[in-house]
Design a protein around this ligand. Sequence first.
Ligand code: ATP
Length: 428
Amino acid sequence: MDLLQKVTALAKRRGIIFPNSEIYGGIAGFYDYGPVGVEMKNNLKKYWWKNMVDRRENVVGIDGTIITHPKVWEASGHVENFGDKVVECKTCHKRINVDELKKNCPNCGNSEFTEARSYNLLFQTEVGVIEGEKQKAYLRGEACQTIYLDFKNVVDSTRQQIPFGIAQIGKAFRNEVTPGRLTFRSREFEQWDMQFFVHPDEMEKWFKYWMDERMDFYKGLYRKHENLRLEQHPKDKLAFYAKDAYDIEYKAPWGWAENEGVHWRGDYDLTQHSTFSGKDLSYMDPKSKERYIPWIVETSGGVDRTFLMLLFDAYEEEDLGDGKTRTVLKIHKDIAAYKAAVFPLVGNKEEIVGKAREVFNMLSEDIKVVWDSRGNIGKRYRYQDEIGTPYCITVDYETLENGSVTVRDRDSMKQRRVKIEDLKEILN
Ligand code: ATP
């Protein structure tokens, strides 16, 4: 089994990621997060928000809708050219994205393909229920468009002045022709975006700044920095309006894979929306009184993709000797679903279970903890290792005597005894 298969199996087995509509045979490109996965994903989004919004005085957040006025997607260029070019293998009929095409079909090895065809990736829907009054609309193909739409409202309603950024985490939808590799290429996914509005003279400086900031962010998240790199887009692959673009990539089991793009968007977006809406989206500098269309540095990443790469980054199978192994997710402690698990050593001794409940209740006031009293301690450790819980706390007979518990560390597997009253400090 390769790492993708192992991670897919673990994700299913431990309630991290489930195929959507599985009882109906599934639907390609759609996934649900299970009880463990939803906690991790929420932590991941919180981690991003803290880094990008909370600790910065010059970035504010919004939460925009999935459906917008359909003209948005004409202005953005998506209706006309948001497509994938795909060829089909003439032997086995597998469809392959031209960007990923090698000499031979990865499925059957043959090398004859149909001409490339373009597909538009926007999902269409209708707003309104009365025939004749229904309006064609699109599910947003990228989350960032709502940021441009709200730009003027944010300027008018906050104390922000350029340079400043608007951040958002939200769903995007793409009718991908070749979804696959678990959530890597899905049809419904989440993006974390930040659009930073600058004076054109300062574009270079801020572009560089955000590239560094975003690399630092991913370095803080991943363990294996050798699997992380920043790649400049070749000039012939740039979007037509972009002067420069970099991808932050992580080495997935199938090769380098994009996590996030840092894009030089210039004045393209606000100019387009000004033209299509007829509304002036220029900005007047309150000090210099200069009026101009702000330029934009964009950082646009995938929440689900980062989540998947984190699983690759964290997954380890360790040899414990005597033919024993353990699977462990050495995931960042802020992202783990639970900070700690609380166990009563035995499930049938009332005093011990009662004391463990006290510990659980005390900790759960401000730390995310999980309870487990099933099976033997060894099995419970294995389970918590597989979902990446950093600490396991066991209440045992000695706890009843002196108020101490054992704390076992996920990575070193070392145990130590600590006082219950010191637990919060240790876990934080
Ligand atoms: P790709 O070339 O892989 O299709 P992209 O360059 O079209 O990606 P962007 O439009 O720049 O992607 O979107 C920003 C981010 O959104 C990407 O870096 C990626 O993390 C995420 N993303 C894009 N498409 C998908 C998808 N189909 N499934 C999951 N995440 C996606």
